[in-house]
Design a protein around this ligand. Sequence first.
Ligand code: GLC
Ligand code: GLC
Length: 814
Amino acid sequence: MQENEYGYFDDANREFVITTPYTPTPWINYLGNDGFYALMSNTAGGYCFYRDPKFRRLTRYRYNNIPADSGGRYFYFNVDGETWAAGGRPVDTKLDKYECRHGMGYSKFNVEKNGIESTLTSFVPLKTTGEVHRLQITNNNDVAKTVDSFSFIEWCLWNAEDDGANFQRNLSTGEVEVEKNTIFHKTEFRERRNHYAFYSCNRDIDGFDTDRQDFIGTYNSFANPKVVADAQSTNKIAHGWSPIASHHNKLELAPGETVSLIYVLGYVEVEPEDKWESKAVINKKPTWAFQEQFDTDEKFENELAKLEAYWTGLLENIVVDTPSDSLNRSLNIWNQYQNMTTFNLSRSASFYESGIGRGMGFRDSNQDTIGFTHMVPGEVRQRILDLSAIQMSDGSAYHQYQPLTKKGNANVGGNFNDDPMWLVLSTANYIKETGDTSILDQELAFEDTPDVKNIHFDHLTASFNHVINNLGPHGLPLIGRADWNDCLNLNCFSTEPNESYQTTQRGDSKVAESVMIAGQFVLYGNEYARICDLRGLTDEAARARAEVAKMVATVDQHGWDGEWFIRAYDSRGEKIGSNENEEGKIFIESQGFCLMAGIGYDDGRAIQALDSVNSMLLAEHGIVLNNPPFSEYNKFIGEITSYPQGYKENAGIFTHNNPWIVVAETMAGRGDQAFDYFSRFTPLFRPQDMAKHKTEPYCYSQMIAGKDAAIPGEAKNSWLTGAAAWSFYTATQYILGIMPDYSGLLIEPCIPTDWTTYNVKRNFRGASYDITINNPNGVSKGVVSIEVDGNAIEGNIIDFATFSGTHKVVVTMG
Ligand code: GLC
Ligand code: GLC
């Protein structure tokens, strides 16, 4: 079972088991489903927030902290003068046992020292605005023991950015109340806030603390709080400084005895007229009701069971059984789990994303939907419409919107010219999965023309037109500020260290063009034409196809370099990503998009481009973004040239775009090659590399240092990345070949030749399909027959209109 020195997968429980508190980086889990979210590291570090990690932060987090997960929900013990913590740290006492299990929406910590064993189980119950923690403590000694147990969390004064900066004010504003076993955080409640937070314990307490300095001591740290060492709370009320919440329980445990303590860390909103119980005393009624839901072991376990059932429901829409355990584990559990994390958090809060910066990205969020439409279609419909609503009538879009207001983010603006066409991808994918074409008729204004009646379909037309209305000298799409590659800033020319590459644009040369957007336009322009077909818009479909054909011709003429596709033309009309360049000769994105668009398969160029990728971009852990890397800053190319060689967009393995090449390999029919690439950048295939990889083995990281890096193979920026959605989409649809289409389920696998059989269970539009694919002749591609319930069907589309209920499908390849 032990897969590496840090832990192993427990598939039966859908858990990753971490066996040491000292992982190379904090290995985290996300708790929360319906608006309340928490980051939970393998030592119980991290923070939580309600909806917006910037404006509604409940617990404090310090940036650039050492280690990064310092601060969290700590449960300290003092037994016979020895101290340790239920999460394994921050006390560094050597434990007799430590195990952290990260599961679907919960984390469990089991530690033991000197015969005192604890199990901490933490989760955010469904539809609940708070974390719930159960701490079970058992005395495994044959003598009675006194256990002094202390909880601890530190409050954030709500606005996370202000909390880390505005000390002259904040050190005076903190306010708390204590009643019974509950500590209330009510900073700013007296003025403009209608919300407070609380931390409660379901057992009578023997003491409390509310001031950090009282609890920790002036020159102590999280590792050795004074109150824990003294085994004695101070029972003092904080006035300003740094408010915290800590409960003390003095537990007398007979041999073999277990006690259970349940803590709730909750967020409460009250109506303005209902804020106060009496002068300066907050209305605690909602808190008592909140706590009551979780105040017994039975209630706690019921809620946890509901969460498990929720995840089982989400995950059973696609279940695969292939010859690859790593692929099964990834697709059945962890990849889908990560996809839901990107649904909930986009790129907002991780140990690499501060939670005080960006909102929901237009580009990122549209792409993310391809990873979870099969799980939460209703929410995806709303997400797509929210994104569509920040589009302008000319088809351009705000690059981001803020989740609390759903308004376009004016600070960041627009002009990322790949943005519009991602809306076609998300919409097409949604309709194919659900059959719900009514989304197209949804009334929806453009951001700049709120009074004009439009429907969502008009937004797709605007996206399409935006590309053809913004072509450059070669007839290729103008790049604007950047395309998918945020760091290819061809109209920025920055020499000023304090300006942002992303938001700085010095005019528009109307010269810099992107071959990647050209490929994207061909791919999703064809999809747009198919949507026009669905609506019976014959003329519009024909117009779209004619424009797409024109673009293909333009790519043929100005986008092909001889052995691969050029990446771009800069503001002076010079090629980027060409054999003529010294550095950055070849880029992954234009290969990915031109090939996914189907360009070059009829005349050998597709294979040539794929072989160039293989010979020039392949590294041990995946495919690097470009090569050779840029060694000098070049203001005509932008931020990409600012990165050290082998990192990030400058020849790092940017995992998000690796699946594009995998898709292209499956289109070329090379199943062994496709699977080899997939297994390189998917960490679940390489648990043995984790000391080097550093980030969590159970999720994708945005980047793995490339072959030209000082230290190849190190990953950074785990969890919140488009790699999750794209990998899942690619593996299920292009490798396993179960592809939702407008009229049914299209079956078109492209697999390793040594797979003889595999099975996919797929719920699709109200029917369940149990699909077995047999490969008797060891091919990669080619379906010779399909039987549904023993009857052969014509072609390789299982027409959804004919089937409801449960069906057995047998596919034979050859
Ligand atoms: C990041 C951004 C994404 C961009 C990519 C490449 O992942 O979130 O929008 O496409 O970097 O620059
Ligand atoms: C995007 C890119 C990232 C870049 C950043 C610059 O998020 O993904 O690589 O550093 O923008 O702000």
